[in-house]
Design a protein around this ligand. Structure first.
Ligand code: NDP
Length: 286
């Protein structure tokens, strides 16, 4: 093939997006894999997503990530959708092939990969999730589709919590219930996997943790967090003190980035390179 001076283009649309480290992680992985791709972090305000999609189609982008506030709005601009993105009702990554947009949601699969990497099989397990926002929806839907027996949604807003439990009952084979969140409530005793899918504890609020009764966490539970900065969240620290096995949110972030990388480039990225870059960005290396 003749030499090309044109890189394949991908990136991210969001607002706010300036502090999103995904581009640094993906570009380091592109370099390590020797693929000629560039990742641009772009501020696209609410209401401008249609213009932004027209732009990247015209410029022959290979794909794009969508983050706040575009994950749900993005559905409008998709020619086709994965089953998960359809059920979750949100798109976090897009592949553009021959001018056609394919919308996918890799957050939930990134979460399941983190479980697998820790040797945890979701099939037949009871999952209890704190939160009912975008991350919680992705985790609950993918876990239920992958064979979780039961999903218990605990959320502050009853409407969002009930809606997510109903979605799981309607669209998957898993049992699903909603429990209102009362401060200091006990984790249901039948929980195998407890997931924090709220934004509580995210930098700079690293001194905060979800208000549950940590003495109801047992050594037989696996406890996971979506919080990636700092990955050693208070939620995980308190759970580890009770003997639970813990899995941090950095793995999920890297896994969804790795899934996106593979969908765009067709090759597998280096997980180690991606992790090292993020640790450095968060000032956690060494
Ligand atoms: P959303 O805004 O969609 O949802 C936030 C959720 O947190 C809601 O359920 C909300 O409850 C709950 N919540 C927030 N503050 C409180 C509080 N003080 N008390 C009780 N509940 C609270 O956000 P996302 O779901 O998109 O993101 C959640 C977190 O997950 C973020 O920190 C994000 O960075 C992280 N994330 C991590 C990923 C990873 O790969 N590691 C991937 C995606 C997200 P309510 O409904 O009552 O408002």
């Amino acid at each position: 093939m003749s030499k090309t001076y044109r890189s394949q283009l991908v990136g991210c649309f969001g607002d706010p997006v300036d502090e999103n480290p995904t581009g640094v992680m993906e570009e380091a992985a592109f370099a390590a894999a020797g693929v000629d791709f560039r990742y641009l972090t772009m501020r696209v305000e609410a209401g401008k997503l249609g213009d932004a999609f027209a732009g990247i189609r015209a410029m022959n982008f290979r794909g794009i990530n969508l983050t706040i506030p575009h994950k749900v709005e993005g559905l409008k601009y998709m020619d086709s959708l994965s089953r998960a993105a359809q059920i979750i009702g949100a798109v976090n990554m897009v592949v553009i092939e021959d001018g056609k947009t394919f919308g996918e949601n890799t957050d939930g699969r990134g979460y399941l990969m983190s479980l697998e990497q820790a040797g945890i099989d979701i099939r037949g397990k009871n999952l209890t999730v704190l939160g009912a926002g975008g991350a919680a929806r992705a985790i609950c839907v993918e876990s239920a589709l992958a064979g979780a027996a039961k999903v218990t949604v605990i959320n502050r807003s009853e409407e969002r919590g009930e809606e997510l439990a109903a979605l799981i009952r309607e669209k998957t084979d898993a049992e699903a219930v909603y429990l209102p969140w009362t401060a200091g409530m006990a984790v249901p005793a039948d929980t195998d996997i407890l997931a924090n899918a709220t934004s509580i504890g995210l930098f700079p609020n690293v001194d905060q943790k979800p208000e549950i009764d940590y003495d109801s966490v047992t050594k037989d539970m696996v406890v996971t967090d979506v919080i990636f900065n700092d990955p050693n969240s208070l939620f995980l620290q308190e759970s580890a003190k009770r003997g639970a096995k813990t899995i941090d949110g950095l793995g999920m972030l890297i896994n969804q980035g790795a899934l996106n990388f593979k969908l765009w480039t067709g090759v597998d990225p280096s997980y180690e390179v991606m992790r090292a870059v993020l640790m450095k960005e968060f000032g956690l290396d060494g």
